[in-house]
Design a protein around this ligand. Sequence first.
Ligand SMILES: C[S@@+](CC[C@H](N)C(=O)[O-])C[C@H]1O[C@@H](n2cnc3c(N)ncnc32)[C@H](O)[C@@H]1O
Length: 338
Amino acid sequence: MDTAGRYRQFAAMEARGNSPSYERLSSAVSGDTGLLALIDELPPPKRQPNLLLGAVRFLGGPIDDESAFRDWTARHWPRVRATVLERRTQTNEPGRCAALLPVLARLPQPLALIEVGASAGLCLYPDRYRYLYRHGDVVTALGPADSPVVLECLTTGSGSGAPPGGDRGGAVVPEPVRLPEIAWRAGVDLNPLDVTDPQDVRWLESLVWPEQHQRLARLRGAVRIARAEPPELVRGDLNGTIRELVAAAPAGATPVVFHSAVIAYLTPDERESFAATMRELACPWISNEGPGVLPEVDRRLPDVPATEHLLFTLALNERPLARTGPHGQSLEWLPSGG
Ligand SMILES: C[S@@+](CC[C@H](N)C(=O)[O-])C[C@H]1O[C@@H](n2cnc3c(N)ncnc32)[C@H](O)[C@@H]1O
């Protein structure tokens, strides 16, 4: 697909319904031959709409008016180009902890958390966030009441994929009754972002789409939490570091490897190599990824109706447990997989 098509598709399929300004801007870019020519000088992976739009916002460019956006971007192209080349789409979404938490809570405690593809590591603090799980009429609240991050998650289903949770208000719900106990947290990323660096934080904020005020607020809350105790993140490739990280977990804690929205960035060979290592390490391995990137998880997915929106699959050691909203906003427990 050419660049114009890519921006048109982004406007229609991704931004529409989520961000009116991104829909307008990417659609305007798709018809601007001058801007398209500049974008086409970038290496193909750097031409993605999300990256360009985030870079313009990072640099303080206007996003309320299409023609102002186009003029500004063309006029400031050397800076836009440098930002796009230097930065990557590394959206860090602490909301995904709402999907991970029920699985973390039922593992033998305490846990040594290891996140691969951690970005700034904001998913390494599941015990510091407040959760509101809504399951039918039952609302399960847990986590510190004074947490600046409140994660709301709509849960459905109670298939045998669901972990045993609690009994509340006369209804048995699969959501956890207590928070996991975290003894140690560490992560790896090709390019770890630093929560104490204002430019890195500004970049993380620029990756949240403009109208998503709630996501921005929780990102800021999570950054405050992480700044108080910055995560131990190593720079490197997940395949090259995972054994070392698991070996570094303190004795007496269960090492748990997890990741979300990461495996799509790997080549098929890298994906298979990671899965093979995880099978060999045989520690709890929680994946929360989109379709098509972990073939064994996909193969074991039970037959469930297709949905209009993209959903991730939450799996424990490749056994699918739930379909999840990509930002942790929903959890649909699956009947047990194959
Ligand atoms: C979309 S972000 C998701 C961040 C975080 N897991 C979350 O859910 O909020 C994907 C992250 O994976 C990292 N990544 C991609 N390929 C990687 C690799 N081979 N090794 C380590 N990190 C990788 C990227 O740098 C990026 O920070």
